[in-house]
Design a protein around this ligand. Structure first.
Ligand code: ATP
Ligand code: MG
Length: 384
């Protein structure tokens, strides 16, 4: 078997272009892991089937965003020579696994998933999370997406799933399914480990509006593909400490998304940018660390405009190389689709192997070589 292999599976829903929350929550880590050379196989999934669970009426949105996510992946540094980028719906083995895993999970267990509860509320499906109110109702496919995610992860025998904090309940659900499957049918599946960002600011990057999570569905995002001007405009409009009215007032860093973004993006080399942010105006600050910037903001005397200009410069410094790569890739869509086609082929081969293992363990592989003969022999005995 494949004992001891280190395998990554993770992905994104093609409901929009990727934003800086995706980047710090998962994408940046994936690129680092990919380049570490420590992983035997890497699968990166564009989760279009999952996106359809809450976009059934808008399939064109999902279809159009597959290329956007693929462009974001390649611009951010995912390398098709090292990582298989694939389209979920084309790996039909995943839906088959989901159908069998559904028998291993109760409705009540799904209802307790805190992320799904929150998302049902956000989408106006349900207030109570259990469907007992008069809201629009929850599509069954959406309700079951944690099970489908378990299929995605286990199909690749993934050991490591690098994701943001909102995915914790999904990984726990997957581990439960694996344990249940292996104990009922025999050991066929691998229990995955979640890999969360090690920087607390990146666990769940807030929105530009100060809301708890930057999310495509909430319209509070800075996209990886935003132009430098768009980044500056969005940062200028960001929520900060509402009590920080005058530059001389002491400011609050905690719960201030401008500082959370700096925590997530600022590197030592960035402090040289501070002086460049003020269009010729003299800046008397000479910061060498983010702690120094925070201390000055807390003490008073450092205005929001200055900190925001600094943040915009830091973000643009990070995003510019990605924007450049994206512009080139946008002119070569056949290449991007060829990457997806090849990645999907590899993903399919892997998932087919796991599905065969699963069916063998469940003894529903009736027509495999030798199996039918043994079955007929066994049953002939019964009728003798
Ligand atoms: P949607 O609103 O369609 O659910 P989303 O913005 O939540 O979109 P997903 O495709 O659901 O994005 O998430 C993809 C990955 O990005 C997951 O690993 C998730 O944990 C991570 N992620 C999403 N938003 C954030 C965020 N604000 N901070 C950190 N990680 C995030
Ligand atoms: Mg999401």
């Amino acid at each position: 078997m494949e004992q001891g292999k280190k395998i990554i599976l993770t992905g994104d829903r093609p409901t929009g272009r990727l934003h800086i929350g995706h980047y710090v929550g998962s994408l940046r880590r994936r690129v680092e892991l990919q380049n570490s050379g420590e992983y035997d196989e890497i699968y990166i999934m564009i989760a279009d089937a999952q996106a359809l669970t809450d976009n059934a009426d808008n399939p064109e949105k999902v279809r159009q965003n597959i290329i956007e996510v693929a462009l974001d992946y390649l611009s951010a540094g995912l390398d098709p020579e090292k990582s298989n980028l694939f389209i979920q719906s084309q790996v039909t083995e995943l839906t088959e696994l989901t159908f069998y895993y559904m028998n291993l999970v109760t409705v009540q267990r799904l209802q307790r998933n805190p992320t799904v509860k929150q998302e049902m509320l956000l989408r106006g499906y349900s207030e109570s999370g259990d469907g007992s109110d008069n809201k629009a109702g929850t599509p069954v496919g959406f309700f079951c997406y944690p099970i489908s995610q378990a299929s995605d992860i286990t199909a690749f025998k993934a050991t490591t799933v690098p994701v943001g904090e909102d995915q914790e309940p999904m990984i726990e659900q997957t581990r439960e399914i694996v344990r249940k499957f292996n104990s009922v049918y025999g050991p066929a599946l691998v229990e995955p480990e979640i890999l969360l960002p090690d920087n607390a600011a990146c666990l769940r990057l807030p929105g530009t509006d100060g809301k708890a999570k930057m999310s495509k569905s909430l319209g509070n995002c800075i996209y990886l593909s935003d132009s430098a001007d768009e980044v500056r405009t969005k940062v200028r409009g960001m929520y900060t400490d509402p009590g920080h009215l005058q530059v001389s007032d002491p400011g609050k860093v905690e719960g201030n998304p401008v500082f959370t973004y700096l925590d997530a993006f600022c590197r030592p080399g960035h402090f040289d940018l501070f002086g460049d942010c003020f269009h010729g105006r003299k800046v008397s600050f000479d910061f060498h660390s983010l702690d120094e910037v925070k201390a000055q903001y807390r003490a008073g005397g450092l205005g929001d405009v200055m900190v925001k200009n600094f943040l915009a410069a830091v973000l643009n410094d990070t995003l510019e190389p990605m924007r450049e790569r994206r512009r080139a890739l946008e002119q070569d869509l056949p290449y991007v689709y060829e990457v997806l086609r090849r990645g999907t082929e590899a993903a399919r081969a892997k998932a087919a192997g796991t599905l065969a293992d699963v069916k063998r363990a469940m003894r529903i592989n009736y027509f495999d070589p030798g199996v039918l003969e043994a079955l007929i022999r066994e049953q002939s005995e019964k009728y003798r």
